[in-house]
Design a binder for this molecule. Structure first.
Ligand SMILES: [Zn+2]
Ligand SMILES: [Zn+2]
Length: 374
């Protein structure tokens, strides 16, 4: 980026990168890529599959994979950096390209903003991001005004019992049985307490307790992810989870209330309507309605919402990442395609990168028009 003429600052929010290209009077537009991968061992069988291994936060050895397609985003972002630098006559304004770390643990955007991203550098009038989509064929660009990604809460519930010999249950309070009942009761929150018109998800993604077949442990840990689009739904879900966890422990005569801990939450991502309409119209004009279309919402989450919380109109576009033949076959057979974060996620790389780059350049030129282009 330095070679292309960008003023580059590294180490923003620990490992973030900011590249600024000033090109006359005009709006300031931020375009983000993520930099991080996931602790997933790649299982695609591709000749260029990741073989990287590292230690996770808990010290376990894990494989590392770009299972969310952030490598696609980086490649497209770099291509867009080149196109914008080589064609300065086609736009006017200030381009702020950021490489953001730690998106998957929803802390990188916050860290970059805390390190002066919006004060040490030109403050953006608009913030854009593009994310690949494992539900759409390659070549497609999706946009949708309003909420597109969900609130996400990470919850750890520690259920306490009284451990002892596996052959003497009468001398114990078994936290594994309490945990099993809790997991099932939690499923009734979404199915029985929420309106079918309010999307919500409660997933228990991890359950750990015990060491051996004949020992009843002292405690069991549940790790949950909780998703919603609105604040009232979010609050209802969190209150009900607490109520059920406590009540199941009481019902079993547990010696202590469960401990409930909350990780850093992610806020629902809401695409600014005026910005989405404007960029959406430009995409339809340039690519045609067969390639640029409304994309469905998703219960996944993102820390790109930090920019909207900072008062900047934001838009996240989606680009299809599935080989069209594979997509059609899956639609016919009804077999679900591997989702993002799957060890089998295999993006249709060339068309996906090209489409992401095309969408970025169209959006940037629409928001930073040159005199001649108008
Ligand atoms: Zn992800
Ligand atoms: Zn992602």
């Amino acid at each position: 980026m330095r070679q292309l003429g960008y003023e580059v600052t590294t180490g923003v929010g620990r490992t973030g990168v900011v590249g600024v290209l000033k090109n006359g009077a005009g709006p300031t537009v931020l375009l983000r890529t993520e930099l991080d991968a996931l602790p997933v061992t790649e299982n695609t069988g591709l000749p260029f599959a990741s073989t990287v291994r590292t230690k996770d936060d808990a010290g376990n050895e894990v494989g590392v994979m770009h299972a969310c397609g952030h490598d696609i985003h980086m490649a497209a972002w770099m291509g867009t950096a080149r196109i914008m630098a080589a064609n300065r006559g086609t736009w006017r304004g200030t381009l702020v390209l950021i490489g953001q770390p730690a998106e998957e643990i929803v802390s990188g955007a916050k860290a970059m903003i805390a390190d002066g991203l919006l004060t040490r550098f030109p403050r953006p009038d608009f913030a854009l991001a593009v994310h690949d989509d494992a539900r759409l064929p390659s070549g497609i660009v999706g946009y949708h005004p309003g909420p597109v990604l969900a609130n996400a809460d990470a919850i750890t519930i520690t259920i306490f019992g009284r451990g002892g010999h596996g052959a003497r249950p009468d001398a114990t309070v078994d936290p594994i049985v309490i945990a099993a009942r809790t997991v099932l009761a939690l499923q009734t929150i979404v199915s029985r307490e929420m309106s079918p018109f309010d999307p919500a998800v409660i997933t228990v993604g991890s359950i750990h307790g015990g060491t051996k077949n004949n020992i009843i442990p002292d405690d069991v840990k549940l790790l949950l992810t909780v998703r919603s689009f609105t604040t009232p739904v979010r609050q209802h879900l969190l209150r009900s989870i607490e109520r059920i966890a406590k009540a199941e422990a009481t019902a079993a005569g547990a010696p202590r209330e469960p401990k409930i801990e909350y990780g850093p939450p992610a806020t629902a991502l809401v695409n600014d309507s005026a910005l989405t309409k404007r960029v959406g119209a430009a995409l339809v004009r340039e690519l045609g309605p067969a390639r640029a279309k409304d994309a469905p919402q998703e219960m996944a989450s993102e820390d790109f919402s930090e920019f909207q919380l900072a008062g900047i109109p934001t838009l996240m576009l989606r680009v299809g990442a599935v080989e069209p033949a594979k997509f059609d076959a899956a639609m016919k057979s009804g077999t679900p395609l591997p989702s993002l974060h799957s060890s089998q996620f295999w993006p249709d790389r060339e068309p996906t990168i090209k489409t992401a780059m095309t969408a970025e350049v169209i959006a940037l030129r629409e928001l930073m028009p040159s005199q001649q282009a108008r």
